[in-house]
Design a binder for this molecule. Structure first.
Ligand code: ADP
Ligand code: MG
Ligand code: MG
Length: 253
C-alpha cells in the first residue's frame, strides 16, 4: 500500500520581472489501487502539478507538502523519487543521445530496484510489454526520444510504467496526439499495470475521451491552480456534456 499526499501545495515560476503563482493550494490524496482523473481547462496548472511532483527545476514550491507514505518527496532528488516508487514520465530527459530504449529501460529498472533484473525474465518482460503495446521490436534499439512521434512517446511512457512497476504513477496528457486505436492500446497498458501491480494512478487530461477506457474512481476538476470540484466518475460525464465553462466563469468572477 502506498499513499501520495499533496497538502496545500503552492507553486510559482519565474517570469519576466518577478514570479507568478500557478498552483494556489492543491490538496489531493492518491492511494494504491485508486485511479484519480485530474481534468480542467488549458492553463489551469495541471502540468505544473505533474512537474512539481517530478521535481522540475523551473517550478518552485513556495509552501505546502508532497509526501509518499509520509516521506517528504520534495526533499528527494529526482532519482530518489523514482526509487521511492513514483513514476513521473516527464522526469526523464527529452532526448538521451546514444542511449537505446532497451538500455535505458534496463538502467532505470536497475536503479529503481537496486539490482539488475535477471536477464532471461527481463528480456521476456520487455518483449511481452512491447507486444501488448503493439510496438515494433526494432523500437527497442532506437535512441530514447530521438525522432519519436507523439504516439511513440506515449507508448514508450506506458512501456516504462509497465516495466518499472511504480507504486504511484502520474500520467500527464497520455491521450494527447493518439488516434482511437492507439488510445485504446495505451489505455489497456495502464489497465494491465493497475490489475497486475495495484498501482495508484493520477491521470491528467483535458478531454474525457480516455476515461472511456481507463475508469477513474475519483474525478477532480482543476481550475486556476486548485481543485474546484471533486466527485466520482459521474463528474466526468457531466464535464463531457457541459465542458468547463461554468468553472472558468466562476473563477473569473
Ligand atoms: P495545463 O497543463 O493545465 O494546461 P500548465 O500547468 O501548463 O496548465 O500552465 C498553467 C499556467 O502556468 C499557464 O498560464 C502557463 O502559461 C503558466 N506556466 C506554466 N509553466 C510556465 C513556465 N515555465 N513559465 C511561465 N509560465 C508558465
Ligand atoms: Mg484497482
Ligand atoms: Mg498540461
Amino acid at each position: 500500500m502506498a499513499t501520495l499526499e499533496i497538502r496545500d501545495l503552492h507553486v510559482s515560476v519565474d517570469v519576466e520581472g518577478g514570479t507568478k503563482e500557478i498552483l494556489k493550494g492543491v490538496n489531493l490524496t492518491v492511494r494504491s489501487g485508486e485511479t484519480h482523473a485530474i481534468m480542467g481547462p488549458n492553463g489551469s496548472g495541471k502540468s505544473t502539478l505533474a512537474y512539481s511532483i517530478a521535481g522540475h527545476p523551473k517550478y518552485t514550491v513556495t509552501s505546502g507538502t508532497v509526501t509518499l507514505d509520509g516521506e517528504d518527496v520534495l526533499a528527494m532528488a529526482i532519482d530518489e523519487r523514482a526509487r521511492a516508487g513514483l513514476f513521473l514520465a516527464m522526469q526523464y530527459p527529452v532526448e538521451v543521445p546514444g542511449v537505446t530504449v532497451s538500455n535505458f529501460l534496463r538502467t532505470a529498472k536497475t536503479a529503481i530496484d537496486g539490482e539488475a533484473p535477471k536477464l532471461r525474465t527481463w528480456v521476456k518482460d520487455v518483449k511481452g510489454a512491447m507486444e501488448h503495446l503493439r510496438m515494433d521490436p526494432a523500437f527497442a534499439e532506437r535512441n530514447v526520444n530521438e525522432g519519436f512521434s507523439g504516439g511513440e512517446k506515449k507508448r514508450h511512457e506506458i512501456l516504462q510504467m509497465e516495466l518499472l512497476q511504480p507504486q504511484i504513477a502520474v500520467l500527464d496528457e497520455t491521450d494527447s496526439g493518439l488516434d482511437v486505436d492507439a488510445l485504446r492500446i495505451v489505455s489497456e497498458g495502464v489497465n494491465r499495470a493497475k490489475e497486475s501491480t495495484d498501482v495508484g494512478v493520477l491521470l491528467i487530461t483535458h478531454y474525457t475521451r480516455i476515461l472511456q477506457y481507463i475508469k477513474p474512481d475519483f474525478v477532480h476538476v482543476f481550475v486556476d491552480g486548485r481543485v474546484a470540484e471533486e466527485g466520482g466518475p459521474e463528474l466526468a460525464d457531466r464535464l463531457e456534456a457541459e465542458g468547463y465553462d461554468r468553472y472558468v466563469t466562476a473563477a473569473k468572477a
